[in-house]
Design a protein around this ligand. Structure first.
Ligand code: GLC
Length: 598
């Protein structure tokens, strides 16, 4: 291979900025579609649009003038189902999957997700995130399974095994353990910030998911935007320039022999680098560069660096060896991706029963009190009751699926964008009968008729990455971020009708003021496209019961200092009620939510 061919293999453009013929001309080794990127930039692209596009790039890669053609990898953020693709089933985000405490379920979700990725003709899923999130201010808190490294290790490994299967089968895809290392432990939860852990804590906590993912045979690792300062004293800088950890630890000490991929344009954050030129990142041990737009310049600059001796050829050869090794292990030289019988199979995009099971297992019952003279807790709410449903979240696919859903942020979707799935409102109408379910988003209907119960479904604006950060000193409280939620609860509570509140949230957050105005309270997290399945759970149909237990502590303050301190905890990690193991939650201390934390 020529130097240009080798560096072409190391370059990963985004499909908006490269044509299939350029993949051929520049010997490109992989492409990706980023969150919010679809065939013809059409969010409603059909499965055949996707397969036509992936095939065009894959074919082009096999038409280079090289004596041996090298098959292309197509990477996609399939982080809770094949979530970029309209018509796909979306599973609960990791924060809820961690609450399920069910690695076998996560393995099945991995298997189903691999099928859905194969259906479009892609072969590489940028999942699972194995961050151990320790500060709920982080905008990606919901992408973390737990603040417990042991849970993260179990869940991350299960998803890797589910996605990769035998690695080379027609229903297998490459998995990605991300983001290496310490993305979930940055100061004050700032996305892409600085992790101040000691080396021991970084290894023991942030590293836990990687040992398990490597043991599970993960073939790719994505580097974190974050940086590390050992114990807050010794700066190692941005991970994308950190040879000590990327090569010294991941490759040499942990013997990882797959490929390491950079994050989106992340090399520009390495001091002295630009978005298209970073010999430090190549020498640090990154093998594939997600340079999205400026890929031509990256190739030219990196060729020049090698020729000038700034990058040793041995590093290039090692990177290309790893890339070819992963492609061989994936069977791509023997079985082109498009040859899979799953390619173009619409049914492979969905698995509704699995998503409904996962949704029910991913939510946590935090409060289930009795009401007035009744001795029994308000839930299960038996069929036959007349229910008033309030809150925008009840009929919002966007709020139940969160970020990384059809689009990057997930905040620009309407219900019509989701062609499969069920909202909680639809589920309640299915379970209790439409005649017994009245929907009044603002709750004003309560004053006009008699109901046996109110179900308030409140959600957050979907978000992803740094856009979801709650930057200190802002308070971390639903009533601060979403004041309309508390206003709604004040409107419908204390009116002689019990209130069941379901909160869709991407993080544990101060809600004592809302919980006090709820007879029962469910932490719904982000249950996915089948949130309607929660209706069966609320009704206790077919013996269904809550089984979810918190995988993060739930705060008693709007100004948590990070690290889930006992003094700042309302419900501990692993807390969760059920119909068979109840418990009364007495009136909670309602601290006034400050405009900014001290
Ligand atoms: C994003 C995310 C990463 C994702 C990548 C490709 O910035 O950090 O998790 O896989 O870009 O979309």
């Amino acid at each position: 291979m020529t130097l240009e061919q080798k560096i072409g293999q190391m370059t990963q453009p985004e499909i908006r900025w490269i044509t299939p013929d350029q993949v051929r001309q520049y010997y490109i080794g992989s492409v990706l579609n980023g969150g919010g990127s679809w065939p013809e930039m059409n969010k409603h692209a059909s499965l055949s649009d996707w397969t036509r596009l992936t095939k065009s790039y894959a074919t082009a890669a096999m038409e280079t003038d090289m004596p041996t053609h090298i098959p292309l990898l197509w990477g996609i953020d399939a982080v809770h189902g094949n979530n970029n693709v309209m018509g796909s089933t979306l599973y609960p985000h990791n924060i809820g999957l961690g609450a399920a405490h069910d690695p076998e379920l996560l393995f099945r979700i991995g298997r189903a997700t691999a099928r859905a990725v194969r259906a479009i003709g892609a072969s590489w899923a940028f999942a699972p995130t194995v961050a151990v999130s320790r500060d709920a201010r982080w905008g990606r808190a919901y992408e973390s399974f737990s603040s417990d490294p042991v849970e993260v290790a179990k869940d991350g490994a299960a998803v890797v095994r589910g996605l990769q299967g035998s690695i080379s089968g027609p229903d297998d895809v490459l998995a990605t353990a991300k983001h290496f290392v310490g993305d979930g432990g940055t100061a004050r939860g700032q996305d892409q910030g600085d992790n101040l852990a000691t080396a021991n804590a970084l290894a023991r906590v942030d590293g836990a998911g990687y040992y398990a993912a490597l043991d599970a045979g993960v073939q790719t690792v994505m580097v974190s935007y974050s940086s590390w300062t050992d114990g807050g004293k010794i700066p190692f800088g941005k991970m994308h320039g950190d040879r000590t950890l990327v090569t010294g630890v991941l490759k040499d000490r942990l013997h990882f022999d797959g490929l390491v991929v950079s994050d989106w344009n992340a090399i520009e954050q390495v001091p002295g680098c630009t978005v298209d030129h970073c010999p430090q990142a190549v020498n640090a041990g990154i093998d594939v560069f997600m340079v999205s737009e400026k890929w031509k310049e990256f190739i030219a600059n990196t060729v020049a660096d090698v020729r000038a001796g700034r990058i040793p050829m041995s590093r290039i050869n090692n990177a290309v060896t790893r890339i070819l090794r992963v492609k061989m292990r994936a069977g791509l030289f023997d079985h082109p991706v498009a040859s899979s019988p799953l390619t173009g199979d619409q049914a492979a995009l969905t698995d509704r029963p699995l998503a409904r099971e996962a949704a029910r297992k991913s939510v946590v019952l935090l409060k289930n009190n009795s009401f007035k003279t009744s001795a029994s807790p308000i839930l299960p709410l038996r069929v036959g009751k007349r229910i008033l449903v309030v809150g925008g979240g009840a009929d919002s696919f966007a709020e139940q699926t969160g970020g990384w859903s059809l689009t990057w942020q997930g905040d620009d979707n309407v219900n019509a964008d989701f062609t499969t799935g069920e909202t909680l409102l639809a589920g309640l109408r299915r379970v209790y009968g439409a005649a017994n379910v009245t929907y009044s988003p603002d709750g004003t209907a309560l004053a006009k008729a008699q109901y046996d119960a109110v179900i308030a479904v409140i959600g957050e604006t979907p978000h992803a990455e740094y856009k979801g950060d709650v930057r200190w000193p802002a308070p971390l409280a639903e009533s601060a971020s979403y004041p309309e939620q508390l206003k709604l609860l004040k409107r419908v509570s204390g009116k002689g009708v019990p209130v069941v509140t379901v909160l869709y949230s991407g993080r544990p957050t101060y809600t004592s003021d809302i919980i006090n105005r709820s007879t029962a309270f469910v932490a719904g997290f982000l249950p996915g496209s089948e949130a309607g399945a929660l209706a069966d759970l609320l009704a206790g149909r077919k013996g269904l019961d809550f089984s979810g237990r918190l995988s993060f502590a739930w705060p008693n303050t709007a100004c948590p200092t990070g690290g889930e301190l006992a003094s700042e905890t309302l419900f501990k990690r692993d807390y969760g009620l059920s119909y068979h193991h109840g418990g009364t939650v007495h009136h909670l201390a309602e601290l006034s939510v400050p405009r900014s934390c001290p």
